[in-house]
Design a protein around this ligand. Structure first.
Ligand code: G6P
Length: 614
């Protein structure tokens, strides 16, 4: 998400160096930037931060870039608090003697902030990060050292973090630690570098230490001391980078699409983070809507475009199944002109990765005018849709760079599932333990997605055989049909092969006329109750010499290689959550077919990441 860089050593241009390094991370996207500089003998750490691009920060440097000193610098991708100067990092304690930068989410920041405020600490920003600066300050006396205070503070926080701390106490030192967010140290001669990603340091060194979860580092110009958070010494092997910068920006992957597919386990974890209670309930501290109102809507309307619309289709099935309430999903560009049935008893759920899609924004405004309560499921904090909706539920996919959406889709599904479970929990109409049983299965999804991604050889083989197909149909019933729509969209976006999703039962009402050799039919069969039905669709395809590819649960043999030409298997979860797992082989199939065909992949022809015109 955010970009981190840091420097300890003797260069006079250390500020410029860390900002140049941040530019190598610009591809990740950000909304504000900041820098902290500390030199021996100074009473306070100098902190400068600006909303917008790095150029805004550079324009305000006013000689700071020639000062030398120990530096930490940051580009922020907002999660808590809007993008503005104050919420930008670094954040400082009350005394101004400590400054830190952070990538991740501090889950328990609300409670910590309250305790620290009661103890007299003054907060300036709306961020979760600022809590860490004050927490370290609060431990300084009792811990007896800056290092002890940083360790003590970190042992109190839960969540995800990569942090770098500087202080006037030890002006030649950066303390760094990580859990769940990336952090690397570049090793130089008489100087060392810190960054959230390898490309940032490649201009200065190719020897790096890749920190692992729970690592704590003390970095000075002379060296790096690695320990666990509790102080046990650690040894990590030095990694010599042989990649070029463009490969390094993609984490070693050839394209952002495949990198983002592999980001998905973490993106799901980040979206679940802080929203699951110890008793497997759902918590949404960010929602301001009173429970009485939330459970009172008699109608739910979901509005979105593209992939976000496809996520909405899964949401509809889930809400109708769980809440037994009518749910409608509308393409945003149609919504306004369809004279939608929306009133004060309607909850309008607006889904958007960017939060800027013009049609979706227009639909949100229309729903508000008609009196609906609007709730946005959005990835980009502070975006137009996030600002204008009555309620916002953020997904934490991080910046998505490939035009074809992957991790945004699965996190939208997670957000929608959580919201449905939250409403069900507050409504209290389901039997005891029902919500908890769902939540337990939700929590297993990151590992199950990771399991699919550990061996992709079957998908790669299928892609080689299918890349010459003239056309694809994706068939499924129920939740499989909803997932099939996203599978077809992925394939057409990146491979340029015609692909369409159909409710499996509709095959014989039209598309069957098109099935012939060279046409591939992807049959999703992950819904236990609908297994037999999808088998008959497969028979219809095979009888016309079409190629059939099955997507099934591991252990289900009803659609094995005796029935279909190839099978891709995924782990099992509750039927309603199967789209999260079923989409992974379809994303991979789209990616590997596009690779076989030599397509652009990250920037498909004619498409844009964010469509801000109607
Ligand atoms: C464009 C993108 C899609 C995206 C859609 C909606 O078509 O290429 O990937 O799903 O817009 O975008 P949003 O940002 O509103 O989710």
């Amino acid at each position: 998400m955010c970009g981190i860089t840091g420097y300890v050593g003797g260069r006079a241009n250390s500020v410029r160096l860390t900002l140049d390094s941040l530019k190598r991370l610009e591809y990740r996207g950000y909304d504000s930037a900041g820098v902290a500089v500390v030199k021996p003998g100074e009473a306070q750490v100098t902190v400068l931060k600006k909303k917008g691009k790095l150029g805004n920060l550079e324009a305000a440097l006013d000689g700071l870039d020639r000062s030398g000193g120990t530096v930490i610098a940051h580009t922020r991708w907002a999660t808590h608090g809007r993008p503005n100067d104050v919420n930008a990092h670094p954040h400082s304690d009350c005394s101004g003697r400590i400054a830190l930068i952070h990538n991740g989410i501090i889950e328990n920041y609300i409670g910590l902030k309250q305790t620290l405020t009661e103890a007299g600490h003054i907060f300036k920003s709306d961020t979760d990060t600022e809590v860490l600066a004050h927490l370290i300050e609060s431990h300084l006396n009792s811990a007896g050292s800056l290092e002890g205070a940083v360790r003590a503070a970190l042992s109190e926080v839960t969540g995800a973090y990569a942090i770098c701390v500087v202080s006037t106490e030890e002006p030649d030192t950066i303390y760094a630690a990580k859990t769940a967010s990336p952090l690397i140290i570049g090793l130089g001669e008489g100087e060392n570098f810190l960054a959230s990603d390898i490309p940032a340091v490649m201009g200065y060194t190719r020897n790096v230490l890749v920190l692992e979860d729970g690592d704590f580092a003390k970095i000075t110009p002379e060296g790096v001391t690695l320990t666990t958070l509790s102080g046990h010494p650690l040894n990590r092997e030095v990694f010599h980078v042989t990649w070029d910068v463009s490969t390094a920006q993609k984490g070693g992957y050839p394209h952002f699409m495949i990198k983002e597919i592999y980001d998905q386990p973490q993106a799901i974890r980040d979206t679940l983070r802080g929203r699951i209670t110890e008793t497997h309930g759902v918590a949404f501290p960010e929602l301001t809507l009173p429970t009485s109102k939330l459970v009172d809507f008699n109608r739910i309307v979901i509005v979105a475009c593209g992939t976000a619309y496809n996520a909405g289709l899964v949401g509809k099935n889930f809400y109708e199944h769980l809440l037994r309430r009518p749910v409608e999903v509308q393409v945003a560009s149609e919504f306004r002109y369809n004279d939608p049935i929306v009133d004060a008893q309607t909850l309008a759920i607006i889904i958007s990765q960017s939060g800027e899609t013009a049609d979706t924004l227009a639909a949100l405004r229309e729903a508000k005018i008609k009196g609906a309560t609007t709730l946005a499921v959005v990835n980009v904090v502070g975006s137009s849709i996030a600002r204008e909706a009555d309620e916002v539920l953020y997904t934490y996919a991080g910046p998505e760079i490939c035009v074809a959406s992957t991790k945004a889709y699965v996190t939208q599904l997670i957000g929608l599932y959580l919201l449905g479970l939250y409403i069900a929990q507050e409504e209290n109409k389901l039997g005891p333990g029902v919500v908890a049983a769902y939540v337990e299965q939700l929590q297993n999804l990151p590992e199950q997605v990771a399991e699919i991604l550990t061996d992709t050889s079957a998908v790669q083989d299928a892609a080689k055989q299918l890349a010459s197909s003239s056309s694809f149909f994706f068939l499924g019933r129920g939740f499989d049909y909803a997932a099939a729509q996203e599978g077809a969209l992925k394939l057409k976006e990146v491979s340029y092969i015609h692909a369409e999703a159909y409710a499996a039962g509709e095959l014989k009402h039209g598309p069957l006329a098109l099935v012939e050799p060279g046409v591939t039919v992807v049959c999703l069969a992950t819904q236990s109750a609908l297994y037999d039905k999808i088998q008959s669709s497969v028979k219809e395809v095979k009888a016309r010499d079409g190629t059939a590819l099955g997507i099934v649960k591991i252990g289900d043999e009803g659609l094995n290689e005796n029935f279909v030409d190839m099978v891709l298997r995924v782990p099992s979860t509750h039927d309603t959550f199967m789209p999260v797992l079923a989409i992974i082989p379809m994303q991979l199939l789209a990616y590997y077919i596009a690779s076989e065909l030599g397509r652009e992949i990250d920037q498909p022809r004619n498409l844009a990441k964010s469509v801000t015109v109607e």
